[in-house]
Design a binder for this molecule. Structure first.
Ligand SMILES: [Zn+2]
Length: 303
């Protein structure tokens, strides 16, 4: 099952030898830099929003020192009937969210190709890493950008730290009549439903997390043989790697919500789900999430 568009939708290479960027010029004369270097840059706030400078907009002057940039790689792009590798640069900074820019949520994916969505998501995760990881956890020294922005190194003890993705599982729980279990998290807006999900604990295999989370949150017992792997999706808002599974239960009881994380959960047939969505009794998972893709596949009968 192909849920997440592959990077191969466009050719993306991370050849850091391209990363000879005149930062001073990029920050002080962004439009000129873009024209001269034939590269594209975009701005992220590290909280899941991006802004793409366009020719019609006045680009704010980014003061060098205040902002940082990471070279993400080059993407194959066709410009004026010629195919070339276009370097992609992400810009971010501690105060950047305060600049009045027409921010767009990356997860909405508005006007983004699959490759851009992936690229901007990576940019957001890296920006969050650089903004949050300021001091060395061993000696307390200051961390500085290293390896073109793909790591940070302690200025005191030289320890290098890398951006991490935390594994989390998400499970499409079905019964043998084709119903899907959907749950409402206490932290969500009223009516929002999604699939059972949770982080993989230390020392736990992902399949064990699936069984534990389902038991903890809705009280259903799942055997390892009932769990099958579906796909993965990176979710760098700021740093999760979602591992998606499917569970099919035979004649299961009604779910018992734990009342702590899940306030209610129930089984839906595809018809009941569509009816509840149409009447706005419930709303489905967030756009572009793996949960939304799994629900879509279920409705189409391809899960
Ligand atoms: Zn250190």
């Amino acid at each position: 099952m192909q849920i997440i568009p592959p990077l191969g939708a466009g050719h993306w290479e991370q050849n850091l030898s391209h990363a000879t960027i005149d930062w001073q010029q990029l920050f002080s004369q962004p439009n000129q830099w873009q024209a001269e270097h034939y590269a594209s840059f975009f701005v992220v706030d590290g909280r899941g929003n991006y802004w793409l400078p366009s020719a019609s907009e006045v680009t704010p002057r980014f003061a060098a020192g205040e902002y940082r940039a990471v070279y993400l790689g080059s993407v194959e792009t066709t410009v004026s009937q010629a195919t070339r590798m276009l370097p992609q640069v992400v810009v971010f900074g501690r105060q950047i969210a305060q600049i009045k820019l027409p921010w767009t949520p990356i997860r909405d994916g508005k006007q983004l190709t699959p490759t851009q969505a992936q690229l901007y998501s990576a940019g957001n995760g890296l920006a969050a890493f650089h903004l949050e990881y300021r001091f060395c956890h061993l000696c307390g020294g200051k961390l500085a950008i290293s390896e073109g922005g793909w790591s940070r190194t302690c200025q005191q003890c030289h320890l290098t730290v890398y951006p991490r993705q935390d594994p989390a599982v998400i499970t499409a729980i079905l019964d043998d009549t084709g119903r899907m279990l959907l749950a409402h998290n206490v932290a969500w807006p009223a009516g929002r439903v999604s699939l059972i999900a949770g982080y993989v604990n230390m020392g736990e295999a992902a399949e064990q997390t699936v069984a534990r989370e389902i038991y903890e949150e809705v009280g259903l017992i799942v055997k390892p043989t009932e769990i099958s792997y579906l796909t993965t999706q990176t979710w760098p808002f700021p740093r999760s790697l979602m591992l998606a599974y499917k569970v099919v239960l035979t004649n299961p009881p009604d779910p018992q919500a734990d009342g702590l994380e899940i306030s209610w959960a129930r089984w839906y047939s595809p018809e009941e789900y569509i009816e509840a969505i149409t009447t706005k009794e419930i709303s489905g998972p967030v756009n572009r999430s793996v949960a939304a893709a799994l629900v879509k596949a279920w409705l189409e009968g391809s899960l």
